[in-house]
Design a binder for this molecule. Structure first.
Ligand SMILES: NC(=O)C1=CN([C@@H]2O[C@H](COP(=O)(O)OP(=O)(O)OC[C@H]3O[C@@H](n4cnc5c(N)ncnc54)[C@H](OP(=O)(O)O)[C@@H]3O)[C@@H](O)[C@H]2O)C=CC1
Ligand SMILES: O=C(O)[C@@H]1CCC=N1
Length: 273
């Protein structure tokens, strides 16, 4: 399929980030696409205006793809109201945490019986083309649907097809949630700089530059994270002393990150029920 016409339902943090990636890469047919959101932000309005994307159109001409980017709690009230010509032919991509393909199918059943639904879990760095999106499907896709979904999400960064929904729920704590862990690290380093007597503006500047510098090196160097970590850590030096705290076997970062990913999985299960 050439770039699909697309309806984005919900242009908040994540929907807006994806829209920016798609328009930047020409991944959607902008003039045939639309955004529906009760309060679109100014950056979203400017983006739509620049690319000729309709915002809250009075009439829907119909769309090849509809991306469901509202909060999971909104699905039950919003999905049954969706309607446009040939809606039963539209491919649906959900980005919501938890909500299952079966639930989405039920909510669309009146107007789009047997809807083809792909569940995805993108991540916020999609806004700079550096996201990671997990995808999975429920067995109803037609030939070409998988390629359409992959191409859309590849415009926002890396993609990975999970074997099923449970797998997606398990891995999302590694991808969709993890930008927050990295931002938290930047916050913690800023706090640590403050605690060592650095002024607030400089504390933020040197902490954030430390995180983005390490991330840029990880992206460009080619060596795996473990090798880069070893190259910072002089035997018997200061980093080794620091890592003896941060990389403690039972209370350090690795078991805590594992526990965080498990907590995200548990919450995804709750949102699904
Ligand atoms: N944020 C993230 O990093 C990620 C989020 N997700 C998923 O993305 C989805 C959205 O999350 P996020 O972007 O953070 O949330 P936001 O609240 O930022 O975005 C949701 C948007 O939907 C709008 N909205 C509310 N009601 C409707 C409606 N009836 N029709 C159309 N739009 C509506 C909201 O408007 P208003 O604010 O006025 O209510 C808001 O702009 C969630 O399902 C979440 O699980 C997935 C991966 C990562
Ligand atoms: O916190 C959430 O539920 C969403 C999904 C992943 C990132 N944000």
């Amino acid at each position: 399929m050439a770039s699909p016409s697309l309806l984005l339902l919900g242009a908040g943090n994540m929907g807006g980030a994806l829209l920016r990636a798609w328009l930047g890469k020409g991944a959607i047919a902008a003039a045939k696409s639309a955004v529906v959101d009760p309060n679109p932000s100014i950056p979203v309005l400017e983006l739509c205006e620049a690319h000729g994307v309709a915002v809250n159109p009075a009439e829907d001409p119909g769309y090849d793809v509809c991306v469901l980017a509202v909060k999971p709690q909104m699905f039950a009230s919003v999905l049954p109201t969706l309607d446009w010509p040939r809606i039963a032919e539209t491919l649906f991509l959900s980005i919501a945490a938890g909500t299952t393909i079966e639930t989405i199918g039920h909510l669309l059943a009146e107007r789009a019986p047997g809807a083809r639904v792909v569940r995805t879990m993108p991540s916020l760095p999609a806004s700079v083309g550096r996201g990671v999106t997990l995808l999975c499907e429920g067995g109803r896709l037609r030939g070409g649907d998988r390629d359409v979904a992959t191409a859309l999400m590849a415009a926002a960064g890396e993609t990975y097809w999970c074997r099923d929904e449970d797998h997606l729920d398990r891995v999302m704590g590694v991808t969709g949630c993890s930008p927050a862990y990295v931002f938290l690290l930047a916050e913690a380093l800023t706090d640590a700089a403050l605690a060592q007597g650095v002024g607030p503006a400089d504390a933020r500047r040197i902490a954030e530059a430390s995180v983005t510098g390490a991330a840029a090196m990880l992206a460009q160097d080619g060596r795996p994270a473990a090798a880069l970590r070893r190259s910072v850590t002089s035997p018997g030096g200061t980093t080794q002393a620091a890592l003896s705290v941060l990389d403690d076997e039972t209370e350090g970062l690795r078991p805590r990150v594992n526990a965080a990913v498990e907590a995200a999985y548990a919450r995804a299960r709750e949102l699904a029920s």
